[in-house]
Each structure stands twice: as C-alpha cells, then as structure tokens.
Ligand binder design. Structure first.
Ligand code: 0RA
Length: 635
C-alpha cells in the first residue's frame, strides 16, 4: 500500500475538486436545484439498478422514502464490484466519487441514459449530506459511508455474511442546495410504474415511511399492459394492437388501441426514458399510421370523396406507446430539457415498422379496421362541418346566440390582433370587477366566473352544452370544442386563469384545466393556457407598499428587519384594481405559469385521482402540490 500513498493523495484531491465543481454548478449536472432536480438524484441511482436488470441480472427494485428526508434505492442485481481498483481505492469508492466512473463498467447493450441523466452516481454523492452504500456480493455484506458530498466517512468494510446479491444506496440530499424540497411519493411512483411497464416482469416497490403509503408495480405484458392502463377508464374499440421489429439497428416496439373518446394520447420512450417532447420516432409513427389507414381504405374502396384522411382523423381516440431502443452511437437529443429525440434514422425505422405492422393487422382484422375507419371518417366530417359553421359565423350568415350567451359578462378586448389578446378567467365577481376597470383595454378581455366549475372528467359534450359557465368560455374563445376545436381560430393568444391563492382557487384551477384538457387540448399543447400568480404578501417599506410573490422572497426581505409590517393576501378581492393590475396582470411585472401537458397521460390520471371518488389519493396529491402547471416560469 505504501507505494500508492502519494498518488492516492493526489488523486483524492482531484476527486474532491471534481465533486466541489458539481456542488458549485449543480444545474449543469442535474438540470436544476428545484424539486425536479432533486428527483434527478433518484433517477440516477434507479437507472443504475435498471441497467443491471436490462443486462439480465435481478428483477426487483425497492425505494424507501424515510422520515428524515433520505431515500433508499435497493436492487437484487449482481452488486457493485467490491474489489480493489487499480488506483488503490476500493471499486465502490471509485464508483461513488469519481465523476463519470460509471461508464467504465458498462459494456453491454443499451444504457438507460436518455437526456440529462446518466451523469453518474458520484454526482448524487456530491449533492448529498451523506451517502451509505451496502453491497451484497461474493458471500459478504460490505458497506462504505460518505459525508459532506463525497468524503469517505467509513471506508469499505465487511459488515456481515450473506448468500444474496444486490446493492442498497441511501442518501440525504444536501438541503442547502435543494431548498424546501421533499421527495414526492406520487412523482416517484409515476415514474416507477412507467419503468415497470417498459421492463416487464420486474417488480418495483415504493414505500413512503412518513405517510405510510406503498405501491408495488409488476406487469407481465409490457407496453400492452401500459396501453390497457391508459385506457382503463375508457371504452376500447378492440384489443390492444402490438407489433415490433428492428430496422437499421433500431428496435421498435409499439402498442396501440382506439377508444370511443376524442382524445389522442401518444407516449414515446427511447431506451426506457420518456421523450416528453416527442421527436423523430413520433413523427415516423404518425406518418406510418396515416399511410397505412389511407392505403387500406383506398385498396378496399372505403374512402368516399377524393381526399384522404388527415393524421388528426386517424389519431382521434388513439392511445399509443412507442418504445424504441437506439444504440448509443445513433442517439441524439434536442431541446432545453433533452426530451426530444433528434436521431434522423429513427423516423424511417418507426415509420416502416408501423406501416408494415398495421398493414398486416388491418388485413387480418377486417372488422376492427372498418370500425376505426368509420370513426376516422366521422372525425373528418365533423371537422369540415365545424369549419363551415365558423365561416358562416364570420360572415354573419348564421344566427348564432354567441352574444346572448356571453351576455354582459364578457368584457372584450378592443384590439383586433387576436394572437396578442389575452382572456382572463377570473374567480368571483368582485375580482372580475376590479380586473375590468384596470385592464389594458386593447389587449385584455375579462370573463368573471361565478361559483364552481363543472367537473369535466366524465362530462360529455352534451353536459358542456348544458353548462352556462363553460359555454361562456367556449364562446369567448370562439374556436370550437372537442374534436372541432381549432386553436388557430382562437380569439386569444393567451387564456389566463386568475384565482385566489388558496385551496378553493387551486380547485377552480384544476377544474378548468380538466375542461381545457378534455375539450380544448390543443390550447394546452400550443402553450396558450396560463395560470396567473397573485402575490401572497404585501409589506410596508419606506417606498410604500410592496408585493411579495413567494414565501422564499418574504424570508429574504425579512432578513435583519424585526419590525417589518407584513400583510397576507387572502384573495384577489382584497387588492384594489390598481394593485391587481400591477401585480398580477401587467405583462411587465406579472409572473405567469404556463400549463404544460407534455405529461398528457399522467395528467389525465392525476385529474382522475383529483376528481374521482377516492379521497385519500386526492389529499396526497394536493398536499404534495404536484405541479403539472408550474413548469415554465417567465415574465
Ligand atoms: C459493474 C459490474 C457489475 C455490477 C455493477 C456494475 C452494478 C452496479 C450497480 C449500481 C446499482 N446497482 C448495481 N448493480 C450492479 C458486475 C460485476 C460482476 O459481478 O461481474
């Protein structure tokens, strides 16, 4: 050992410097230091366990959320090697302290290294107050402990004997880096369930020791089970269609099923990681799908009229999973969060597998084919009828009751540049009144909402037609509803939900988002739906009254001031019109949260949880304040 002392010290300094660099710029490694970033730590460790399973070792992963804020990820793989590394350190010490050490071990097949992660377990260690690794391997139980972001606390040593194999990693995220963050049982469950679908025949268990919650996922039929799960609250038109094939080194696995709903839900994955923003594989799928149906219809003399079916027509009511495996040398991701596949080869591979798979299926299942085509044709006709109706309204040739329904409640914007205009949906008449007087008349329209909004989770179009409140929203936006909705016809570039910052306000937000999700989804997909964020506090300063948006900001302002006068805003109605405009509506000062639906399938599940009959999951959801709204924060 003596001969290694010097190099050991030198390399140790280098290693600690490396870990220090991670702490200085955590965002570079894990994207952000908010809740999302903190969960990246979990995905990082879980992905190592999943890699082990993909390579054929182990079938079980267990995640424990502890009361002290630490988390354990255990697997029954082969266990991290426990021998000495050439540097003179134990292999586990190298794996958990040297940046990018993980790669050295990975020599087979595909890696779970989608976009941001795949940065290595040492990054997790660097961002943790302590980390503890227990390894079952070679008849022994071994343990190594780290503290202060990667310093060895207790070097690797044997602590027992066992015939089992596996790795157990526990860590406590550094609270100075991840301020006010907790692990979310719901978020972790959602992702683990997805992994269990994609892996098949793996058991993944998640346990929250604080709230006594647990979940266990095990699916035998992979993405077929996934599609069945997506459609469990809907009426399916046929059994799940499944096909897979490999083209130009790219493995393509697709499951799809039509339901009687109008919604389209396509989720895609690359090497077991979700691609929230789609990419070339989704484009290929859509092209192959449209071609297959149009060719089948033509060849069987089904299509009436001269032009074929649009992509949108053949995707109405479709739920699908596209899972591709791409070797590392072809992997390419795009976009800020690396959630979009860029690999050009994936487009042709998926298109051709989809076309061939569907062509074969349709020929073998005539009845199903006719059923789906009938639905697609109805969609096409409905779209054409809606377009004509809108044109008539424009030309004034139709006697519509638009004005009457909206009545005196909608206060329109005077400007005619629709994409610049904003519609505020405001909770309560009094806040609505303030908003009316202070708004920018040219670009801002106000529609006050009275009372509770209808829960649209299970509502039909007829239910909407019978609902005064939602009808008003539909007419104000003026772009149709359901399958006839066309966002390019919207009277507003932004639709902004403005409620009190309390539980009732959140409830109204969720109800409205459910409505938009089910009946005007493209509005969300196009990033046109927003939540306004009224301030939470006001303070008296020498300059007069100032507004404070968040608890963190308040804490910051309170520093060193014992006699600061703080007022808490209970609702929009407490502000006068001027205050409301300045803090919440003025594009120069306000903060809007864009409602994002990259998580379409999960969002609908969440809505189901929130609005369904079961109270417990709803409570948990609200407590955790899972945010499918709070993604893009900009001024
Ligand atoms: C490299 C080689 C071997 C196992 C692993 C890495 C491994 C890493 C992790 C991380 C979390 N769980 C893990 N399980 C296994 C196998 C060495 C051998 O036994 O041949």
């Amino acid at each position: 050992m003596a001969k290694n002392t010097n190099t050991y010290d030198e390399s140790s300094i280098k290693i600690l410097e490396g870990l220090e660099a991670v702490r200085k710029r955590p965002g570079m490694y894990i994207g952000s230091t908010d809740k999302r970033g903190m969960h990246h730590l979990v995905w990082e460790i879980v992905d190592n366990a999943i890699d082990e399973i993909i390579n054929g070792y182990g079938d079980y992963i267990k995640i424990l959320l502890h009361k002290d804020g630490s988390i354990t990820i255990a697997d029954n793989g082969r266990g991290v090697p426990i021998g000495m590394h050439e540097s003179g350190k134990s292999t586990p010490e190298v794996v958990y302290t040297v940046l990018h050490a993980g790669g050295k071990f990975e020599n087979t097949g595909y890696k779970v290294s989608g976009g941001l992660h795949g940065v290595g377990a040492s990054v997790v260690n660097a961002l943790s107050t302590w980390m503890d690794v227990v390894i079952y391997k070679d008849g022994k139980i071994s343990e190594i402990k780290f503290k202060n972001g990667g310093e060895v606390d207790v070097p690797l040593k044997q602590i027992g004997e066992s015939k089992k194999t596996g790795t157990i990693v526990t860590f406590l995220p550094n609270k100075e880096i991840f301020k006010n963050c907790n692990f979310s049982f719901t978020t972790i469950c959602e992702r683990m369930q997805e992994s269990a679908f994609l892996l098949s025949n793996v058991t993944i268990e998640v346990i929250d020791e604080e709230d006594n919650l647990n979940a266990k996922y095990h699916y035998e039929n992979g993405i077929i089970s996934f599609v069945e799960y997506m459609n469990e609250n809907k009426t399916a038109l046929h059994k799940v269609i499944h096909f897979d094939n490999t083209k130009n080194e790219i493995e393509v696995d697709i499951a799809m099923q039509y339901t009687d709903s109008y919604n389209e839900q396509i989720l895609s994955f690359v090497n077991n990681v979700k691609t929230s923003d789609g990419g070339t594989h989704e484009v290929g799928f859509k092209t192959g799908l449209t071609k297959a149906f149009n060719d089948y219809a033509k060849n069987n003399g089904i299509l009436k009229g001269k032009d074929g079916l649009d992509g949108g027509d053949v995707r109405e009511g479709l739920s699908a999973i596209i899972a591709v495996k791409i070797p590392e040398h072809l992997l390419q991701f795009e976009g800020q969060t690396k959630g979009k596949l860029g690999t050009p080869e994936a487009r042709n591979a998926v298109e051709s597998v989809t076309y061939d798979g569907l062509k074969f299926f349709l020929e073998e299942n005539k009845e199903v084919a006719l059923n789906i085509l009938e639905k697609a044709q109805k969609s096409k006709m409905a779209r054409e009828a809606a377009r004509k109706a809108r044109e008539q309204v424009r030309k004034g040739t139709s006697k519509n009751n638009k004005e009457k329904i909206v009545g005196g409640k909608l206060v329109k914007a005077t400007g005619k540049n629709y994409s610049e205009n904003e519609l505020f949906l405001v909770e309560g008449d009094s806040a609505g009144g303030s908003a009316k007087t202070c708004r920018n008349r040219e670009t801002q329209a106000i529609l006050p909402l009275r009372g509770k909004v209808l829960n649209c989770e299970k509502a039909s179009q007829n239910d909407i037609d019978a609902n005064q409140e939602l009808k008003q929203i539909e007419y104000a936006i003026g772009a149709g509803l359901g399958p006839n909705f066309d966002y390019t016809e919207s009277n507003y570039g932004k639709v902004i939900i403005m409620t009190d910052a309390d539980v009732d306000g959140s409830h109204i937000q969720i109800l409205l988002i459910t409505f938009f999700y089910r009946f005007m989804r493209p509005l969300i997909e196009q990033g046109m739906l927003y939540i306004a964020t009224p301030p939470l506090y006001s303070i008296e300063t020498s300059k007069g009254k100032e507004y404070i948006a968040t608890d963190e900001e308040l804490a910051e302002r309170k520093k060193g001031k014992s006699n600061l006068k703080v007022g808490r805003f209970k609702g929009l109605g407490e502000m006068d019109a001027h205050e409301l405009y300045e803090t919440t509506m003025d594009p120069k000062n306000r903060t809007l949260h864009r409602v994002n639906l990259t998580d379409a399938a999960l969002a609908e599940k969440r809505i189901h949880v929130l609005m369904g009959d079961e109270v417990a999951p709803r409570k948990e959801w609200i407590n955790e304040n899972v945010d499918f709204t709070l993604e893009d924060d900009f001024r």
